[in-house]
Design a protein around this ligand. Sequence first.
Ligand SMILES: *Cc1c(COP(=O)(O)O)cnc(C)c1O
Length: 383
Amino acid sequence: MTSHSFDTRAVHAGRDDLVDLGVHAVPIDLSTTYPSRDSRSEAARLDVLGTGAGDGGLPVYARVGNPTVARFEEALADLEGAGAGVAFASGMAALSACLLAAVTAGRPHVVAVRPLYGTNDHLLDSGLLGTSITWATADGVADALTDQTGLVIIESPGNPTLDEIDIPALTASVPEVPVLVDNTFATPVLQRPLELGATYVLHSATKYLGGHGDAMGGVIACSEERARPLRQLRFATGAVLHPLAGYLLLRGLSTLPMRMRAASQNAADLASRLAQHPAVTRVYYPGLSGPRPAHHMAGGGAVVSIEITGEPADVIAAVRVFTPAVSLGSVDSLIQHPGSLSHHIMDPEAREKAGISEQLLRLSVGIEDVEDLWADLDKALSW
Ligand SMILES: *Cc1c(COP(=O)(O)O)cnc(C)c1O
């Protein structure tokens, strides 16, 4: 599939065999176990699967793998330009596997750049999985490395202030250490971090990849060599993606390019209108205020954050087209208060330092008519 354009691959990847199977829709395999009358060859297959190699055959047991999920992994890897995709039950499970891979490799020190998604921040700051953390600026990452550093973690654009990092400059500054880029906000439509030197790409597939707010999942795109320890960890810790979610996420990929373009256009339009609104003191949107890093994504994406003069809770209560809810990346527009929801778990002082003020609201812009979205916001922002 890789010889075709991105939009074509989004529709066809992970589905190459369907015509030969004589089906149009992707089969959903709900088996938890895979019967066989030949236990000797099953044992031999388990030995291979135990190395983390995905051998393409039936998985023996659903915690080892699943054919429907494998289609989603193959398609996402194709779109990110990766050797492999490894899917998990959620974005947090995917991040946990990468952290545990660093710990088990004997390099438990992590360097990360704020802001990150609130629970990513919490998982690192708390050291729950046995990692230690040094918070750095993008320019300061190389200086923060120790001989124990097993992972560098960044989000670009960052959640919720949309800070962009010059990914090629950062990866070039730490050639010896794997770099994980959380690409949830940009998606491979706007940015492909592996092409910019990253080692791992992380997605909360719950967001844009699924795109309809009805499937939770996470996925890592990386080399086949890096994928093996992640599969071993997934098998041993059990955070597998359910096949129904695998089906929905694969289906989501087919409209991802169109959804991202439509939602990004709405978001850019709303961002420039909000910048003129008397109740809005600051708009966060890539490219709206000041120069962007040399290598930035192809468009500003579909999240806009604003600081307002009034009471954020009143705006949340007043909207009628925007859905007042945490999360993002759905076809419908969502609005939430990071201080109360997505970043509530952070230490309040760290939150303030990461630029997440109490006056901040985060908008995930969907694909509705932009005039309806604007009218809804304009009304909710009048006091
Ligand atoms: C939501 C989110 C996550 C966590 O993903 P879940 O699927 O909720 O576990 C990680 N990173 C970013 C940027 C997110 O928005």
